[in-house]
Write a protein that binds this ligand. Structure first.
Ligand code: NDP
Length: 317
């Protein structure tokens, strides 16, 4: 281990979504000389969407990639050191905390902001990639607006799927909820709302196995499970295909040290980005099972940087 490259910093930020970049803007303006590692998907989840119309300050909307590029530029302008690299290991047993980058370099940091985000789960169909940004989405609040008066399908039977279906039902002409089992897993109240919506049709015991369309999504290939080894193929004409089968918070390397809920969301002191470890903060979707919006992530990134600044000044570092 002697030849491992080591570097000491005051504030390390992991992740480059709205939470990470906002933390970097605030931390650099507070003279914390933050170092930010961008992670697997530089720019985060917003780079997988097209137009962002609900981020305050952009009356005409903004391209997701452009928004993240702008946040990055803003952080760089104040001196944030933004680097490519993935955090592959964490040792939070005592300060300074040690984060291994790309399995070869160890950063020792006095304060740590974890903003590694969450990844929407996909079914794993090749067509999901083929039609990415052309009718496939995992975020109704981001992309639903483009399906006004159109026909869409939502896959999933939990609270998220019901919420997404209800949101889309307020915009779209028709929403199909594709549920693999014969019942919904969602809470009773959400189930009732979905059942009551005139333009939501639930397709129980159906699974999507592919998508088709020459110019973006024009339909989905489904199978209806009629019993073991007995299936019927059905084609459903739709304009948009929304996944709502859960998110996976990117918290795996921190789990030995930090409390998470059963899904993996990092638990913070309510209303703050503080974890139980002094100087370690969690911001954005990795710690947010409830809202998962770019603007709420940015807000918590700001709070994390302010807390990091207070912590460093308290310990005199
Ligand atoms: P859940 O894990 O609760 O539900 C996932 C759903 O997706 C299930 O119906 C599951 O089916 C289905 N699913 C999973 N994988 C596949 C697959 N490969 N093919 C087809 N269907 C699949 O996730 P949610 O994101 O809905 O919710 C996460 C947590 O957040 C829950 O605790 C929920 O209550 C909470 N939440 C609360 C909200 C609220 O209170 N307003 C809003 C949103 C979330 P199956 O049932 O067959 O396993």
């Amino acid at each position: 281990m002697n030849d491992t490259i080591r570097e000491k910093v005051r504030c390390l930020i992991i992740g480059s979504g709205p939470a990470g970049y906002t933390a970097a803007i605030y931390a650099s303006r507070a003279n914390l000389s933050p170092v930010l590692y961008e992670g697997i998907q530089p720019g985060g989840q917003l780079t997988t969407t097209t137009e962002v119309e609900n981020f305050p300050g952009y009356p005409e909307g903004v391209d997701g990639n452009q928004l993240m590029e702008d946040l990055k530029k803003q952080a760089t302008r104040f001196g944030a050191d933004i680097r490519a690299g993935i955090a592959t290991k964490a040792d939070l047993s005592s300060a300074p905390y040690k984060i291994t980058i790309d399995e070869e370099k160890v950063i020792e940091t006095e304060s740590l902001i974890i903003s590694t985000g969450a990844t929407a789960k996909y079914l794993g169909l090749a067509d999901e990639q083929k039609y990415a940004g052309m009718g496939v989405s995992a975020c109704a609040t981001c992309d639903g607006f483009f399906y006004r008066k159109k026909v869409v399908a939502v896959v999933g039977g939990g609270d998220t799927a019901c919420e997404e279906a209800l949101y889309l039902a307020s915009l779209a002409k028709q929403v199909y909820l594709i549920v693999r089992k014969s019942y919904l897993r969602a809470s009773k109240v959400m189930q009732e709302r979905v059942m009551k919506a005139a333009n939501i049709q639930i397709l129980f015991e159906h699974s999507a196995i592919g998508l088709f369309g020459d110019n973006g999504v024009e339909g989905a290939h489904l199978v209806k499970h009629k019993g073991q080894a007995d299936e019927e193929k059905v084609d459903l004409a739709i304009d948009g295909f929304f996944l709502a089968i859960g998110h996976k918070p990117n918290s795996d390397i921190f789990k030995p040290w930090i409390e998470t809920d059963e899904v993996g969301y990092i638990k913070t002191v309510p209303g703050t980005p503080k974890t139980k470890i002094p100087g370690v903060f969690a911001a954005g979707d990795v710690a947010d099972p409830h809202y998962r919006q770019a603007i709420t992530a940015a807000g918590s990134g700001c709070a994390a940087a302010i807390e990091a600044e207070r912590y460093l000044s308290e310990i005199g570092k």
